[in-house]
Design a binder for this molecule. Structure first.
Ligand code: ZN
Length: 76
């Protein structure tokens, strides 16, 4: 068995919160697709709220509503 490097994981890079795979703002579309597949809506909302809190510490610029749109809106 060979360990597979999961280059398609679309994980957030810290502290920029850009996707490691496609360099877009995380969560990028593939990341959203993956997370939707892994969790139900409640789990996803909790998970993304936790990420939002961390991101607020890393990227304080801009209004909080922008980050809310980016992290939370799509989970509903
Ligand atoms: Zn990506």
């Amino acid at each position: 068995m060979t360990a597979v490097v999961e280059a398609e994981d679309h994980i957030a890079e810290r502290p920029s919160w850009d996707c490691r795979s496609c360099r877009k703002s995380w969560p990028c579309e593939p990341a959203r697709e993956r997370l939707r597949g892994e969790m139900d809506r409640t789990q996803l909302a909790v998970y993304m709220w936790a990420n939002l809190e961390e991101a607020c510490g890393d990227i304080p610029q801009g209004p909080a509503s922008e980050l809310f749109e980016r992290f939370i809106r799509w989970t509903h």
